[in-house]
Write a protein that binds this ligand. Sequence first.
Ligand SMILES: Cc1cc2nc3c(=O)[nH]c(=O)nc-3n(C[C@H](O)[C@H](O)[C@H](O)COP(=O)(O)O)c2cc1C
Length: 314
Amino acid sequence: MKLYQAPLEGITTYIYRNALARHFGGADKYFAPFISPYEKIVISAKERAQLTPSHNEGIDLVPQILTMDAEGFLKLTHLLHEEYGYEEFNLNFGCPSGTVVSKGRGAGALKDLELLKEFLDRITDGFPYRLSVKTRVGFSDVGEWAALLDLYNRYSLSELIVHPRVGRQMYKGVPDMAAFEYALVNSRNPVVYNGDICTVDNKVIKSNTEINAIMIGRGMVANPAIFREIKGGSCPTGGELMDYMSDICEAYRVEFDSEINVLHKLKEIWVYMGPYVINRGGGSERDLKMLQKTRRLVEYKAHMRSLLSGLKST
Ligand SMILES: Cc1cc2nc3c(=O)[nH]c(=O)nc-3n(C[C@H](O)[C@H](O)[C@H](O)COP(=O)(O)O)c2cc1C
């Protein structure tokens, strides 16, 4: 079973990917947070910095595209191939955010299967690269899943990444494992599981099914050694987490002039890593609150030390 890094907008930057790979061995494949084609600037300088191969050495990276504009999709994927050599692209039909859904994109694309078919027909006709899809199991109701899967079965996808919630759920409730099993049985494309894997004990990891790969997002931000643990390795020590977070901090300091921007990036990681660290006996809720409140890097570092110094080894 292969292990994939989920895309998390704002968190899984190239700096994050490199630190994860360097300190914890990383994932088999990394999915970049979504980008969308724009008419004038097909790809922005910020997006280029995230995707340029020189910032992703040794990392198997798949750019993710969020759009329902077939022409824009083709222009953007050709450009990413010509300039950076990408051979595989991922389509986002999972984003549940209101602003994305209201434009009929992300999970919003699942509301109208006729339109979705039209879009997929246009982009797959003669498409020379590998294409995977990351999808929810419907927009409003899981009853939509069978028809949606039938539609995906019309295309030859490198992978169908299934997050078994419907768009309207956002991240509420629990993944619908029956919907996922349905995909395993009925998909003609290789299936990847995504959703709520936070520990090695998760039953999707333990079950010996024909899952092609599993993709982990929030559970990986919480515990960056989760892939290593799944492969039989150890959980992260306080020292390892300290080195890893210090590395990320230094890299953002080179990228941003402002301390506040660096802190913002680090705090986003701590939203997930904080509860994990506290659970393992490292520091208190108060330390985490203080870390989230501070506007100075020197104070941030002191709170980080408090959080990580008491971490238990198992
Ligand atoms: C902060 C945040 C940003 C996300 N950004 C993206 C994104 O850019 N593209 C995408 O396909 N999914 C995005 N997701 C969804 C995740 O990739 C993943 O599907 C979801 O979190 C469920 O998996 P997990 O439980 O392993 O985190 C995002 C989720 C979060 C919480």
